[in-house]
Design a protein around this ligand. Structure first.
Ligand code: C2E
Ligand code: CA
Ligand code: CA
Ligand code: CA
Length: 274
């Protein structure tokens, strides 16, 4: 009830105050960062395991703050979601990513992370279509990575937007697969094209249970006709296990770290894994 809420607030009051002020300062800096061109995209290659070649790359956002240094997206994306800046920032990333991909060989796909806030904004489909038109990249080369938090919102906007984009030929990937609490339910309700197994499962692949989960997800993907990508592949042993289990794609430091646009250009033109 109300009194309980008040007690909780009072209990945290001194620390909360400092946290709220730090968060507000972060949000103020973030608002200024876009017009100041402080954001950049890096691109991490994705490999087809059986063929051993690079099939595309994921765009990952970087914030080079003049006062804070390099800020991790895990730190600034939540703040950008809270202020709504993510809508503008996400549009920027989509355009930037598609523009970069326009210069890649035509078989290479570009994957872009999308926040739930963007999709709920109502203007998302229009932004995506405009980024494709602007860059000249065909829809089938674009992959949108969403997490369960997007699907948890079962509003009409989310469902309609995702199916509209999918009808255009854009692929939908379910990111961080296995970390939520009802991933399987979402697979049944939403038509996704790809599952990205969260890197925590790959990191612990030596563990019998993690290995069983990874094999099961790979089998599930095969049964459902969904591409499975393993995230966070760092060792040859992990890649070997994934190959034997029939995993289709791999991404991680072993294949390539996130790289600047110019570097990824060179890598993708060569079409070879590192
Ligand atoms: P994510 O989408 O799961 O991206 C993968 C993260 O794992 C990236 O971290 C990547 O650098 C890191 N990674 C890749 N390979 C390895 C590996 O072998 N080992 C380890 N330990 N890590 C690896 P990053 O770039 O810091 O991004 C963190 C998260 O921030 C992303 O997780 C994504 O959720 C979010 N994010 C990044 N860019 C965007 C964006 O443009 N829009 C939105 N909405 N979110 C973004
Ligand atoms: Ca992702
Ligand atoms: Ca992920
Ligand atoms: Ca993540």
């Amino acid at each position: 009830g109300k009194s309980e809420g008040r007690n909780v607030y009072r209990f945290f009051e001194p620390g909360m105050d400092a946290m709220v002020r730090a968060r507000q300062a972060l949000e103020t800096d973030l608002e200024a960062a876009l017009p100041r061109n402080e954001f950049e995209l890096e691109f991490q290659p994705i490999m087809n395991i059986a063929a051993g070649d690079i099939v595309g790359a994921e765009a990952l956002m970087r914030w080079h703050s003049p006062t804070r240094g390099l800020v991790s997206p895990d730190n600034f994306i939540p703040a950008a979601e809270e202020t709504g800046l993510i809508v503008q920032l996400g549009d920027w990333a989509l355009r930037k990513a598609c523009t970069a991909a326009a210069g890649w060989p035509h078989a290479m796909r570009i994957a872009v992370n999308v926040s739930a806030v963007q999709i709920k904004s109502g203007s998302f489909a229009r932004s995506v279509i405009s980024a494709l038109a602007f860059s000249g990249v065909p829809a089938h080369r674009l992959e949108l990575e969403i997490t369960e938090t997007v699907l948890m919102d079962e509003s009409d906007t989310v469902l309609k937007t995702l199916s509209q984009l999918r009808d255009l030929g854009i692929r939908i990937a379910l990111d961080d697969f296995g970390t939520g609490y009802s991933s399987l339910g979402y697979l049944r309700r939403f038509p996704v094209d790809k599952i990205k197994i969260d890197r925590s499962f790959i990191r612990d692949i030596d563990n019998r249970d993690s290995a069983a989960i990874v094999r099961t997800v790979i089998g599930l993907g095969a049964q459902l006709g969904i591409t499975v990508t393993a995230e966070g592949v760092e060792t040859e042993a992990q890649l070997d296990m994934l190959r034997k289990a029939g995993c289709i794609e791999a991404q991680g430091y072993l294949i390539g770290v996130p790289a600047k646009a110019a570097q990824i250009n060179r890598l993708l033109r060569s079409g070879m894994a590192l």
